[in-house]
Design a binder for this molecule. Structure first.
Ligand SMILES: Cc1ncc(COP(=O)(O)O)c(C=O)c1O
Length: 351
């Protein structure tokens, strides 16, 4: 048995859509980009949906726009238990950062973990579990949502994307839906959206004529190309099927893993898309268990908190440290069969 941690589900419909796009609209000006942005706007209930080339670019653009809006801001707070892009993408905009601790049960940042020294805070929906947005917004602070992992998750019954001024998403190959590489900004503030449209397209003035080169602002090229949008459109139409299958697998894991595997808690207010299925085990045995699973053909991941990386400053964050040293992320994706899921559970419990 060989079970991969992720497996993009690209079928004939995606292939045909990609070929059609190549025939009609090479580059970023094809019709799929506009159509897909409108579809995302409707699906997420956000004011503006802006497609970009990956989730890191989406975050960079979000941070640049926040810096334009609040030029006096210098320090950003970022949770330590997340993928490193959450931090690195802010380094172009903000001189300084504070890494933040998280809840030991749901692994997300909570209001008590904020830093007084941070001018704005990034809320990361770890593993697809939405942060408790309302409890943050109550203080009128400034927040960016790194929702790279939470497409399709729900916060208080509403799909993630309309709650914060900006949510960013990723369509990299392991995500719920994918086009290989891709990203999206769901923006709920007109001024920020206008600025982001320029930031992701060389700072071009929007009202310029086609033949002109007018760049009123700083900007880069983060455009998605039409072929990717064509593939993603098909993937978006399958989102609900993918979410149902992930939920089925998660429920099986929950019901059948022994209590040695403490599952990441889903708060009452949330429905997770189960981007990953994370468990905590005895940290002194974690690497042995991961190797045992790998030896049985089950690919797993063990996330390492950012503050433990050599590339960043040190911080004392006990909860993030414990989760970092104890976590195992089990395979969960649409293509896993029931037999494979049973096999994974048996392999875990056997240890
Ligand atoms: C939390 C988080 N933020 C940002 C990113 C970056 O997205 P991308 O790989 O599309 O650049 C990812 C995933 O890859 C992620 O998991």
């Amino acid at each position: 048995m060989k079970i991969s941690w992720d497996k993009p589900d690209i079928g004939q419909k995606e292939i045909s859509a990609a070929v059609d796009s190549l025939k009609f609209g090479v580059g970023a000006k094809g019709k799929n980009i506009n159509e897909l942005e409108l579809e995302f706007q409707e699906k997420l209930g956000c004011k503006h949906a802006i497609l970009v080339n990956n989730g890191t670019s989406a975050l960079i653009a979000a941070n640049l726009a926040m810096k334009n809006k609040y030029p006096q801001f210098n320090t950003i707070g970022v949770p330590s238990f997340t993928f490193i892009a959450s931090l690195f993408a802010s380094r172009m905009s903000f001189n300084d950062y504070r890494l933040l601790d998280c809840s030991p049960s749901n692994w997300n940042i909570e209001p008590e973990h904020r830093s007084k020294e941070a001018d704005l805070t990034m809320l990361v929906d770890v593993g697809g579990v939405p942060c408790d947005y309302d409890s943050f917004l109550a203080d009128n602070g400034v927040y960016i949502g790194d929702s790279a992992e939470s497409l399709g998750s729900k916060y208080k019954g509403r799909i993630v994307g309309s709650q914060l001024p900006i949510h960013t998403f990723s369509f990299q190959r392991s995500k719920i839906i994918t086009c290989g590489e891709g990203g999206l900004l769901a923006v709920n503030d007109d001024e920020l959206a206008e600025d982001i449209r320029a930031i992701v397209n060389h700072g071009y003035a929007r009202d310029k004529r086609d033949f002109e080169y007018i760049h009123n602002k700083f900007g880069l090229n983060f455009r998605m190309c039409d072929v990717e949008a064509a593939i993603l459109k098909v993937q978006l139409s399958k989102l609900d099927v993918y979410l149902n299958r992930r939920l089925e697998i998660a429920n099986y894991y929950r019901a059948n893993l022994t209590e040695d595997f403490a599952v990441q808690e889903i708060p009452q207010y949330a429905e997770s898309n189960y981007f990953f299925f994370g468990v905590l085990v005895d940290p002194t045995k974690r690497d042995q268990i991961a190797l045992h699973l790998e030896n049985l053909g089950v690919s797993v991941k063990c996330w390492k908190a950012i503050h433990q990386q050599k590339s960043v400053n040190t911080f004392n964050l006990p909860n993030a440290e414990l989760i970092s040293n104890s976590n195992i992320l089990l395979p969960i994706h649409n293509s896993l069969s029931d037999t494979e899921v049973e096999y994974i559970v048996n392999a875990c419990n056997q240890f």
